[in-house]
Design a protein around this ligand. Structure first.
Ligand code: MRU
Length: 349
């Protein structure tokens, strides 16, 4: 994405350092976060310095490469023991986005034929780079297939941020929107603010404004009003994990938007790479849902720092994701095309 006339990815790796666009600071401050050690990179994932399933996946791949580089010694047995421990540690950073688990497993299993620790280190970095680079191509394809679903004049609802910031670049749910805009279609995007962390109001709105795509931020509870009034005719969201039967875990609030879309006869699409499908997970009720700090609900983290907004003595609950049953989803926009839930099995290699 272009920021201050320069092209940036959300995450990149150089030497031993992982570089991340610091997302909690956006859109008010543009900062680059650096981490040199895998534990620090895993903490950046937990703290949501980087967030969004593919961005988390790419970062976790780099963290696994850092773990390889941090090993000293030349016993392969000890190296693999270290890598398996580091992998388990990185996987605990956030439980819902399955791209994270896939990236760690992919980097570690790519090392199985290496004959020395040095070779393993080199291969781990190459594999992590391959994961990050593949996301770029995959997101472009999601954009191409998704664009076919968008007509000029469409008014599209999106939830959370599934844009360039949630991937390595370009986005998943925002990929078809970018492609439609680039194709000259006149579109308007309703951006759910996405409490409690405001990924819509802060990040999606920032990305759309940079692209010159017409949009408005709406309160999370306003979508039903606009759907019922006929002002939204298409919904596109991202996903953190898609079960084998097509149930989708995505940012909290996605489920209610999908139910409202069905009630109002509005197509509801989920845009996601194949790495977000969990073929081992039969249904959505088996997807682990992250519970985050109460403070995210009881406070607003504004440009000027945290501000209390709830009664201080009341507890809060804060599930980060919900599960939308497959029956509410019109189709899945993937790099292999737009598919139905009954076709998910065919994606499994
Ligand atoms: O908690 P977050 O900000 O990591 O949640 C992000 C989402 O729910 C996105 O919609 C999802 O990861 C898809 S990102 C392309």
């Amino acid at each position: 994405m272009r920021i201050h006339n320069k092209h940036y990815k959300t995450v990149w790796f150089k030497g031993r350092v992982v570089y991340l666009l610091n997302q909690p600071a956006l859109p008010f401050k543009f900062e680059i976060f650096q981490s040199r050690f895998y534990r620090e990179t895993a903490k950046a994932i937990s703290d949501m310095v980087v967030r969004g399933a593919p961005a988390i996946g790419a970062t976790a791949g780099y963290a696994t490469a850092q773990a390889a580089l941090e090993f000293s010694g030349d016993s392969l047995e000890e190296f693999f023991e270290h890598m398996n421990k580091a992998g388990e540690f990185i996987k605990k950073a956030r439980p819902t986005a399955v791209d994270l688990m896939h990236a760690v497993d992919r980097v570690i299993s790519s090392l199985k034929d290496c004959t020395s620790v040095e070779e393993c280190k080199e291969k781990a970095v190459q594999e992590a780079e391959a994961i990050a680079n593949e996301y770029l191509e995959v997101c472009r394809k999601i954009g191409i297939y998704g664009n076919e679903l968008i007509a000029s004049g469409d008014k599209i609802l999106t939830h959370c941020n599934a844009g360039a910031l949630a991937t390595v670049d370009y986005g998943t749910a925002l990929a078809p929107i970018r492609a439609a805009h680039q194709a000259g279609k006149k579109i308007f995007v309703f951006v759910d603010e996405t409490r409690p962390r405001l990924q819509g109001a802060r990040l999606t709105a920032w990305e759309l404004a940079q692209e010159g795509i017409e949009h408005a931020v709406i309160a999370d509870n306003a979508a039903g009003y606009y759907m019922k009034n006929g002002e939204i005719n298409l919904c596109i969201v991202g996903a953190d994990r898609i079960a084998a039967n097509g149930d989708v875990a995505n940012k909290i609030g996605t489920y209610e938007k999908a139910v409202l879309a069905k009630e109002n006869g509005i197509p509801f699409f989920v845009a996601a790479p194949i790495t977000t499908f969990d073929f081992e997970c039969p249904t959505g009720d088996k997807i682990p849902i992250e519970e985050r700090s109460q403070d995210e609900v009881k406070m607003i983290f504004s440009a000027r720092g945290p501000v209390e907004i709830a009664n201080p003595n009341s507890p809060a609950k804060n599930p980060a994701f919900d599960v939308t049953p497959a029956k509410y989803i019109t189709g899945y926009i993937t790099e292999k095309g737009v598919i139905k839930s009954s076709e998910i099995k065919s994606l499994r290699k």
